[in-house]
Design a protein around this ligand. Structure first.
Ligand SMILES: Nc1ncnc2c1ncn2[C@@H]1O[C@H](COP(=O)(O)OP(=O)(O)OP(=O)(O)O)[C@@H](O)[C@H]1O
Ligand SMILES: [Mg+2]
Length: 265
């Protein structure tokens, strides 16, 4: 057991990644990468291809075991051994390939793998799923979001990419995760769908959710984020308030045309 002062970190941050280092064989994917997410903020994570963004996020979602570094949630040191540990700690990650089940309808997908057991004792015994309760709760959540899904009974196969992305994000709210990680949520979407997803990301704040979003699109980053952290060659080199920066500065930091610094802040 660690002493209390080593277990507790800055409580203003809902999530902290501290000094992550990670190698895949000879490839150093992360070197001392750190990131701190405040409550109810949207933090952008940007960097060139291979800068280490997905690796950092995979560690935060328990998919890649942490070899060097620390994860804190609300100041409390975590020890993720699996993706389930991260989910249990309140972190929901939405990947581009989403893992929605096409043969199921929207509400079944929202409940995927975590079906509510009917309160009827016999049904409970048989582990029957209470469809009605599931449908109502999914409907409630989906209706509370900025983006509308046509019908919770509709097959997800017939939904647009944007609606599917929104559905996956709705899952996070359903399970009361308070941290949502989105790795390139708009990369495969059309213009209108992209707008829907960006709207939903902004809306998450009003649901008490803090968000980390990776994107290569600087306009999207400027539109939805409160702050942005820039990664370069496996390291987090700078964090900026969106209102105190501009795209040219972010791009300069990404490419190395603007050298960070620590001197500047
Ligand atoms: N499973 C893996 N096995 C080996 N090397 C990997 C693996 N995953 C990532 N890497 C390497 O680690 C480095 C960081 O990759 P990562 O996927 O984190 O980058 P990224 O910033 O998400 O890039 P992109 O913007 O292209 O998604 C890269 O050099 C990549 O080739
Ligand atoms: Mg990536």
């Amino acid at each position: 057991m660690l002493p209390l002062n080593q277990m507790l970190n800055n409580n203003n941050h809902i999530l902290e990644a501290k000094e992550f280092s990670h190698s895949f064989g000879a490839v150093k994917a992360l070197t001392n990468a750190s990131l701190a997410l405040k409550k109810n903020e949207v933090m952008g994570l940007v960097g060139d291809n291979g800068a280490g963004k997905s690796t950092l996020l995979k560690i935060l979602s328990g998919i890649i075991p942490l070899s060097t570094g620390k994860v804190y949630i609300e100041g409390k040191l975590q020890n993720f051994r699996s993706a389930q540990d991260a989910l249990d700690a309140g972190i929901e990650t939405v990947y581009q390939d989403l893992a929605l089940v096409d043969s199921m309808n929207a509400f079944q997908n929202v409940y995927l793998g975590r079906e509510e057991i009917s309160s009827n004792p016999i049904a409970k015994l048989l582990r029957l799923v209470d469809d009605k309760k599931m449908r109502e709760k999914s409907k409630e959540i989906l209706e509370s979001l900025a983006v509308k899904i046509p019908s919770v009974n509709g097959n997800v196969k017939s939904m647009s990419g944007g609606q599917r992305q929104c559905l996956a994000i709705a899952r996070a709210l359903m399970w009361k995760r308070n941290i949502v990680i989105l790795d390139e949520p708009t990369a495969a979407l059309g213009v209108q769908e992209t707008e829907q997803v960006l709207e939903l990301i902004k809306d998450l704040k009003s649901h008490n959710v803090s968000v980390i979003v990776v994107s290569h699109n600087m306009q999207h980053i400027m539109a939805v984020c409160d702050r942005v952290t820039i990664m370069r060659l496996g390291s987090t080199i700078a964090t900026r308030d969106i209102k105190n920066t501009e795209i040219s500065e972010i791009v300069g930091l990404i490419t190395g045309a603007i050298l960070e610094e620590n001197k500047k802040n």
